[in-house]
Design a protein around this ligand. Structure first.
Ligand code: PEP
Ligand code: MN
Length: 357
Protein backbone atom coordinates (compact mmCIF):
# COMPACT_ATOMS: atom_id res chain seq x y z
CA UNK A 1 0.00 0.00 0.00
CA UNK A 2 1.22 3.54 -0.67
CA UNK A 3 0.06 7.15 -0.32
CA UNK A 4 1.62 8.26 -3.61
CA UNK A 5 -0.41 10.53 -5.87
CA UNK A 6 -2.37 8.69 -8.60
CA UNK A 7 -0.50 10.97 -11.08
CA UNK A 8 2.54 8.78 -10.59
CA UNK A 9 0.81 5.45 -11.17
CA UNK A 10 2.42 3.37 -13.90
CA UNK A 11 -0.51 0.96 -14.22
CA UNK A 12 -4.15 0.80 -13.25
CA UNK A 13 -5.94 -2.51 -12.69
CA UNK A 14 -9.71 -2.15 -13.03
CA UNK A 15 -11.30 -4.96 -11.01
CA UNK A 16 -14.49 -6.85 -11.81
CA UNK A 17 -17.55 -5.60 -9.87
CA UNK A 18 -17.66 -9.06 -8.28
CA UNK A 19 -13.92 -9.39 -7.53
CA UNK A 20 -13.57 -11.14 -4.16
CA UNK A 21 -11.44 -10.13 -1.17
CA UNK A 22 -9.17 -13.15 -1.78
CA UNK A 23 -8.65 -12.14 -5.43
CA UNK A 24 -7.73 -8.61 -4.39
CA UNK A 25 -5.33 -9.92 -1.73
CA UNK A 26 -3.76 -12.26 -4.28
CA UNK A 27 -3.25 -9.36 -6.72
CA UNK A 28 -1.65 -7.07 -4.14
CA UNK A 29 0.61 -9.94 -3.13
CA UNK A 30 1.72 -10.37 -6.77
CA UNK A 31 2.42 -6.64 -6.98
CA UNK A 32 4.49 -6.70 -3.80
CA UNK A 33 6.45 -9.72 -5.04
CA UNK A 34 7.65 -7.45 -7.89
CA UNK A 35 8.76 -4.89 -5.27
CA UNK A 36 6.15 -2.44 -6.56
CA UNK A 37 3.88 -0.20 -4.52
CA UNK A 38 0.10 -0.10 -4.86
CA UNK A 39 -3.01 1.76 -3.68
CA UNK A 40 -6.59 0.48 -3.64
CA UNK A 41 -9.18 3.00 -4.84
CA UNK A 42 -12.70 1.87 -3.96
CA UNK A 43 -15.43 2.79 -6.47
CA UNK A 44 -19.23 2.62 -6.38
CA UNK A 45 -19.30 -0.28 -8.84
CA UNK A 46 -15.72 -1.50 -9.20
CA UNK A 47 -12.48 -1.02 -7.34
CA UNK A 48 -9.19 -0.03 -8.92
CA UNK A 49 -5.65 -0.82 -7.92
CA UNK A 50 -3.02 1.76 -8.86
CA UNK A 51 0.48 0.36 -9.26
CA UNK A 52 3.66 2.44 -8.86
CA UNK A 53 7.15 1.70 -10.14
CA UNK A 54 8.90 0.31 -13.19
CA UNK A 55 7.21 -2.68 -14.71
CA UNK A 56 7.80 -4.62 -17.87
CA UNK A 57 5.33 -5.23 -20.68
CA UNK A 58 5.44 -8.91 -19.73
CA UNK A 59 4.25 -8.15 -16.19
CA UNK A 60 1.46 -6.00 -17.58
CA UNK A 61 0.38 -8.84 -19.86
CA UNK A 62 0.49 -11.46 -17.08
CA UNK A 63 -1.83 -9.43 -14.81
CA UNK A 64 -4.43 -9.08 -17.55
CA UNK A 65 -5.43 -12.71 -17.05
CA UNK A 66 -5.51 -12.78 -13.22
CA UNK A 67 -8.88 -13.63 -11.61
CA UNK A 68 -10.76 -10.51 -10.55
CA UNK A 69 -9.11 -8.27 -13.17
CA UNK A 70 -11.37 -6.75 -15.81
CA UNK A 71 -9.00 -4.32 -17.54
CA UNK A 72 -5.37 -3.27 -17.28
CA UNK A 73 -4.14 0.17 -18.33
CA UNK A 74 -0.40 0.67 -18.65
CA UNK A 75 0.33 4.36 -18.07
CA UNK A 76 4.12 4.36 -18.18
CA UNK A 77 5.73 5.40 -21.45
CA UNK A 78 7.93 2.64 -22.84
CA UNK A 79 10.58 5.27 -23.51
CA UNK A 80 11.58 6.02 -19.95
CA UNK A 81 14.52 8.37 -20.46
CA UNK A 82 13.29 10.30 -23.48
CA UNK A 83 9.82 11.06 -22.21
CA UNK A 84 8.87 14.39 -20.77
CA UNK A 85 6.68 13.23 -17.89
CA UNK A 86 7.97 14.48 -14.55
CA UNK A 87 10.77 16.50 -16.22
CA UNK A 88 10.74 20.18 -15.35
CA UNK A 89 12.86 21.44 -18.22
CA UNK A 90 13.89 20.52 -21.73
CA UNK A 91 17.37 19.22 -22.51
CA UNK A 92 19.58 21.95 -23.92
CA UNK A 93 22.65 21.18 -25.98
CA UNK A 94 25.20 23.96 -26.57
CA UNK A 95 26.16 24.41 -30.22
CA UNK A 96 28.59 27.32 -30.58
CA UNK A 97 27.03 30.41 -29.02
CA UNK A 98 23.55 28.87 -29.15
CA UNK A 99 21.60 26.37 -27.06
CA UNK A 100 19.71 23.75 -29.04
CA UNK A 101 16.46 23.10 -27.17
CA UNK A 102 16.02 26.70 -25.97
CA UNK A 103 14.40 29.61 -27.85
CA UNK A 104 17.42 29.57 -30.17
CA UNK A 105 16.76 28.26 -33.65
CA UNK A 106 19.94 26.36 -34.50
CA UNK A 107 20.66 26.03 -38.21
CA UNK A 108 23.24 23.52 -39.39
CA UNK A 109 24.16 23.99 -43.05
CA UNK A 110 26.60 22.42 -45.42
CA UNK A 111 27.16 20.02 -48.26
CA UNK A 112 25.75 16.52 -48.33
CA UNK A 113 29.24 15.05 -48.47
CA UNK A 114 32.75 16.13 -47.71
CA UNK A 115 34.24 15.77 -51.19
CA UNK A 116 37.77 17.12 -50.67
CA UNK A 117 39.69 19.35 -48.29
CA UNK A 118 39.28 22.21 -50.74
CA UNK A 119 35.52 21.78 -51.15
CA UNK A 120 35.03 21.46 -47.38
CA UNK A 121 37.14 24.53 -46.67
CA UNK A 122 35.33 26.60 -49.30
CA UNK A 123 31.99 25.53 -47.83
CA UNK A 124 33.10 26.30 -44.26
CA UNK A 125 34.34 29.78 -45.20
CA UNK A 126 31.16 30.47 -47.15
CA UNK A 127 28.99 29.42 -44.19
CA UNK A 128 31.12 31.36 -41.72
CA UNK A 129 30.75 34.43 -43.92
CA UNK A 130 26.96 34.01 -43.85
CA UNK A 131 27.11 33.78 -40.06
CA UNK A 132 26.61 30.08 -39.33
CA UNK A 133 28.52 28.33 -36.56
CA UNK A 134 28.24 24.70 -37.56
CA UNK A 135 28.70 22.88 -40.85
CA UNK A 136 27.40 19.48 -41.89
CA UNK A 137 29.51 17.38 -44.28
CA UNK A 138 29.35 13.61 -44.37
CA UNK A 139 32.65 11.76 -44.30
CA UNK A 140 30.88 8.41 -44.66
CA UNK A 141 28.07 8.19 -47.19
CA UNK A 142 25.34 5.55 -47.08
CA UNK A 143 24.59 5.20 -50.81
CA UNK A 144 21.93 3.06 -52.44
CA UNK A 145 24.42 2.03 -55.11
CA UNK A 146 27.93 0.75 -54.34
CA UNK A 147 29.07 2.54 -57.53
CA UNK A 148 28.17 6.00 -56.14
CA UNK A 149 30.63 8.20 -54.22
CA UNK A 150 31.08 6.57 -50.81
CA UNK A 151 32.69 9.49 -48.94
CA UNK A 152 36.27 10.03 -47.82
CA UNK A 153 35.97 7.81 -44.75
CA UNK A 154 38.33 8.20 -41.80
CA UNK A 155 40.52 10.56 -43.88
CA UNK A 156 37.44 12.74 -44.11
CA UNK A 157 37.21 12.92 -40.31
CA UNK A 158 40.78 14.23 -40.16
CA UNK A 159 40.04 16.74 -42.92
CA UNK A 160 36.98 17.97 -40.99
CA UNK A 161 39.09 18.36 -37.89
CA UNK A 162 41.62 20.49 -39.82
CA UNK A 163 38.84 22.60 -41.36
CA UNK A 164 37.47 23.09 -37.86
CA UNK A 165 40.85 24.29 -36.60
CA UNK A 166 41.52 26.56 -39.56
CA UNK A 167 38.10 28.16 -39.91
CA UNK A 168 36.68 28.03 -36.39
CA UNK A 169 33.52 26.38 -37.74
CA UNK A 170 32.10 23.50 -35.71
CA UNK A 171 31.59 20.33 -37.76
CA UNK A 172 28.91 17.65 -37.93
CA UNK A 173 29.22 14.35 -39.76
CA UNK A 174 27.60 10.93 -40.16
CA UNK A 175 28.96 7.72 -38.69
CA UNK A 176 27.86 4.35 -40.08
CA UNK A 177 30.13 1.86 -38.35
CA UNK A 178 30.69 1.11 -34.65
CA UNK A 179 34.45 1.06 -35.31
CA UNK A 180 34.40 4.76 -36.28
CA UNK A 181 32.41 6.12 -33.35
CA UNK A 182 35.34 6.73 -31.03
CA UNK A 183 37.49 8.63 -33.51
CA UNK A 184 34.54 10.62 -34.86
CA UNK A 185 33.53 11.58 -31.32
CA UNK A 186 37.07 12.85 -30.81
CA UNK A 187 37.41 14.79 -34.06
CA UNK A 188 34.01 16.36 -34.71
CA UNK A 189 31.52 18.34 -32.65
CA UNK A 190 28.31 16.53 -33.50
CA UNK A 191 27.89 12.98 -34.80
CA UNK A 192 24.92 11.92 -36.90
CA UNK A 193 23.29 8.51 -37.17
CA UNK A 194 21.49 8.41 -40.49
CA UNK A 195 17.97 7.23 -41.24
CA UNK A 196 19.16 3.85 -42.50
CA UNK A 197 20.87 3.16 -39.18
CA UNK A 198 18.15 4.32 -36.80
CA UNK A 199 17.71 0.76 -35.59
CA UNK A 200 21.34 -0.31 -35.85
CA UNK A 201 21.31 -1.17 -32.17
CA UNK A 202 25.03 -1.86 -31.90
CA UNK A 203 25.76 1.59 -33.32
CA UNK A 204 23.25 3.17 -30.91
CA UNK A 205 24.90 1.37 -27.98
CA UNK A 206 28.32 2.58 -29.09
CA UNK A 207 27.02 6.17 -29.14
CA UNK A 208 25.97 5.68 -25.51
CA UNK A 209 29.66 5.23 -24.65
CA UNK A 210 30.65 8.76 -25.70
CA UNK A 211 29.34 12.17 -24.66
CA UNK A 212 29.47 13.87 -28.07
CA UNK A 213 26.08 15.25 -29.11
CA UNK A 214 24.40 12.94 -31.60
CA UNK A 215 21.73 13.64 -34.18
CA UNK A 216 19.56 10.55 -34.55
CA UNK A 217 17.55 10.63 -37.77
CA UNK A 218 14.18 8.95 -37.98
CA UNK A 219 14.13 5.92 -40.25
CA UNK A 220 12.05 6.44 -43.38
CA UNK A 221 9.65 3.67 -42.36
CA UNK A 222 9.81 3.95 -38.59
CA UNK A 223 7.05 5.03 -36.24
CA UNK A 224 7.53 7.75 -33.67
CA UNK A 225 7.41 5.07 -30.94
CA UNK A 226 10.23 3.12 -32.60
CA UNK A 227 12.17 6.36 -33.02
CA UNK A 228 11.88 7.19 -29.33
CA UNK A 229 12.77 3.65 -28.27
CA UNK A 230 15.90 3.91 -30.44
CA UNK A 231 16.90 7.09 -28.56
CA UNK A 232 16.68 5.11 -25.30
CA UNK A 233 19.70 3.07 -26.36
CA UNK A 234 21.86 6.20 -26.67
CA UNK A 235 20.38 7.82 -23.57
CA UNK A 236 21.62 4.89 -21.45
CA UNK A 237 24.98 6.71 -21.37
CA UNK A 238 24.86 9.84 -23.52
CA UNK A 239 22.26 12.48 -22.66
CA UNK A 240 23.07 14.67 -25.68
CA UNK A 241 20.60 13.29 -28.19
CA UNK A 242 19.02 15.43 -30.91
CA UNK A 243 16.06 13.95 -32.79
CA UNK A 244 15.75 14.66 -36.50
CA UNK A 245 12.64 14.28 -38.64
CA UNK A 246 13.79 13.80 -42.25
CA UNK A 247 10.70 12.57 -44.03
CA UNK A 248 9.05 9.18 -44.23
CA UNK A 249 8.17 6.92 -47.15
CA UNK A 250 4.66 7.43 -48.42
CA UNK A 251 2.70 6.81 -51.62
CA UNK A 252 3.52 10.34 -52.80
CA UNK A 253 6.14 10.65 -55.53
CA UNK A 254 6.20 14.44 -55.96
CA UNK A 255 9.04 14.65 -53.47
CA UNK A 256 11.71 12.29 -52.16
CA UNK A 257 10.10 11.68 -48.75
CA UNK A 258 7.07 13.08 -46.94
CA UNK A 259 8.21 15.51 -44.25
CA UNK A 260 6.15 14.43 -41.26
CA UNK A 261 5.46 17.83 -39.74
CA UNK A 262 3.03 16.17 -37.34
CA UNK A 263 5.90 14.12 -35.95
CA UNK A 264 7.73 17.31 -34.99
CA UNK A 265 4.71 18.43 -32.97
CA UNK A 266 4.29 15.00 -31.36
CA UNK A 267 7.98 14.71 -30.49
CA UNK A 268 7.96 18.15 -28.91
CA UNK A 269 5.01 17.02 -26.80
CA UNK A 270 6.47 13.65 -25.86
CA UNK A 271 10.12 14.33 -25.20
CA UNK A 272 12.41 16.79 -23.47
CA UNK A 273 15.04 16.29 -26.19
CA UNK A 274 15.70 18.85 -28.92
CA UNK A 275 13.97 18.15 -32.23
CA UNK A 276 15.31 19.32 -35.57
CA UNK A 277 14.16 18.79 -39.15
CA UNK A 278 16.01 17.97 -42.34
CA UNK A 279 14.01 19.58 -45.16
CA UNK A 280 16.61 18.61 -47.79
CA UNK A 281 16.27 14.82 -47.67
CA UNK A 282 12.50 15.19 -47.34
CA UNK A 283 12.29 17.46 -50.39
CA UNK A 284 14.83 15.86 -52.71
CA UNK A 285 14.62 19.09 -54.70
CA UNK A 286 16.01 22.50 -53.80
CA UNK A 287 12.86 24.37 -54.84
CA UNK A 288 10.90 22.73 -51.99
CA UNK A 289 13.51 23.17 -49.26
CA UNK A 290 12.52 26.71 -48.14
CA UNK A 291 8.81 25.87 -47.71
CA UNK A 292 9.55 22.69 -45.75
CA UNK A 293 12.08 24.53 -43.57
CA UNK A 294 9.58 27.22 -42.64
CA UNK A 295 6.84 24.63 -42.00
CA UNK A 296 9.13 22.68 -39.67
CA UNK A 297 10.00 25.78 -37.66
CA UNK A 298 6.33 26.79 -37.45
CA UNK A 299 5.54 23.27 -36.18
CA UNK A 300 8.02 23.68 -33.32
CA UNK A 301 11.38 22.43 -34.59
CA UNK A 302 14.31 23.63 -32.48
CA UNK A 303 16.60 23.67 -35.48
CA UNK A 304 17.27 22.60 -39.05
CA UNK A 305 19.93 20.70 -40.92
CA UNK A 306 20.02 21.97 -44.49
CA UNK A 307 22.12 20.95 -47.47
CA UNK A 308 23.87 23.92 -49.07
CA UNK A 309 26.81 23.57 -51.43
CA UNK A 310 29.21 26.19 -52.84
CA UNK A 311 28.22 24.87 -56.29
CA UNK A 312 25.45 22.24 -56.24
CA UNK A 313 25.84 21.71 -60.00
CA UNK A 314 29.09 19.84 -59.39
CA UNK A 315 28.18 18.17 -56.05
CA UNK A 316 29.16 14.49 -55.79
CA UNK A 317 25.90 13.71 -53.98
CA UNK A 318 22.48 15.31 -53.56
CA UNK A 319 23.18 18.31 -55.79
CA UNK A 320 19.49 18.46 -56.76
CA UNK A 321 18.40 19.16 -53.23
CA UNK A 322 21.35 21.34 -52.18
CA UNK A 323 20.77 25.08 -52.07
CA UNK A 324 23.06 27.62 -53.73
CA UNK A 325 24.60 29.96 -51.17
CA UNK A 326 22.33 32.88 -52.17
CA UNK A 327 19.23 30.66 -51.82
CA UNK A 328 20.40 29.65 -48.38
CA UNK A 329 20.81 33.31 -47.42
CA UNK A 330 17.26 34.01 -48.57
CA UNK A 331 16.08 31.09 -46.47
CA UNK A 332 17.88 32.49 -43.42
CA UNK A 333 16.09 35.83 -43.98
CA UNK A 334 12.72 34.04 -44.08
CA UNK A 335 13.60 31.90 -41.06
CA UNK A 336 14.22 35.06 -39.11
CA UNK A 337 10.66 36.21 -39.88
CA UNK A 338 8.91 32.89 -39.18
CA UNK A 339 11.16 32.32 -36.19
CA UNK A 340 10.15 35.68 -34.73
CA UNK A 341 6.47 34.75 -35.16
CA UNK A 342 6.92 31.56 -33.10
CA UNK A 343 9.25 32.97 -30.46
CA UNK A 344 12.57 31.73 -31.88
CA UNK A 345 15.84 33.59 -31.83
CA UNK A 346 17.81 33.27 -35.06
CA UNK A 347 21.53 33.89 -35.05
CA UNK A 348 22.62 37.17 -36.65
CA UNK A 349 23.50 36.35 -40.23
CA UNK A 350 24.50 38.20 -43.34
CA UNK A 351 21.25 39.19 -45.08
CA UNK A 352 20.68 38.11 -48.68
CA UNK A 353 20.19 41.74 -49.74
CA UNK A 354 23.90 42.31 -49.01
CA UNK A 355 24.71 40.32 -52.14
CA UNK A 356 25.27 42.35 -55.30
CA UNK A 357 22.98 41.09 -58.00
C1 PEP B 1 22.34 12.79 -44.62
O1 PEP B 1 21.85 13.59 -43.83
O2 PEP B 1 23.45 12.96 -45.15
C2 PEP B 1 21.57 11.59 -45.00
C3 PEP B 1 22.15 10.58 -45.65
O3 PEP B 1 20.27 11.62 -44.67
P1 PEP B 1 19.32 10.40 -44.25
O4 PEP B 1 20.11 9.53 -43.33
O5 PEP B 1 18.18 11.10 -43.56
O6 PEP B 1 18.89 9.73 -45.51
MN1 MN C 1 22.45 14.16 -48.65
Amino acid sequence: MTKRSPDFATMVLILHPWATRQEIDHLTQLIEEKALEWALHPGEVRNQIHVFGNLSQETEASWRTQPGVQQVYGLAKPYKLANKTHRKSNTRIPIGSQQLGSEDLVVIGGPCALESEEQGTTAALMLRDIGLEIMRASAFKPRTSPYSFQGLGVDGLHILSRIRQRTGMLVETEVMDVRDVEIAAELVDVVRIGARNMQNFDLLKEMARVQTPVILKRGASNTIREFLLATEYILQGNPNVILCERGIRSFETAYRNTLDVGAIAVLKQETHLPVIADPSHAAGNKTLVPALSLAAVAAGADGLIVEVHPNPAVALSDGDQSLYPHQFMNLMDDLRKVGAAVGRRVLRHRPARSLSR
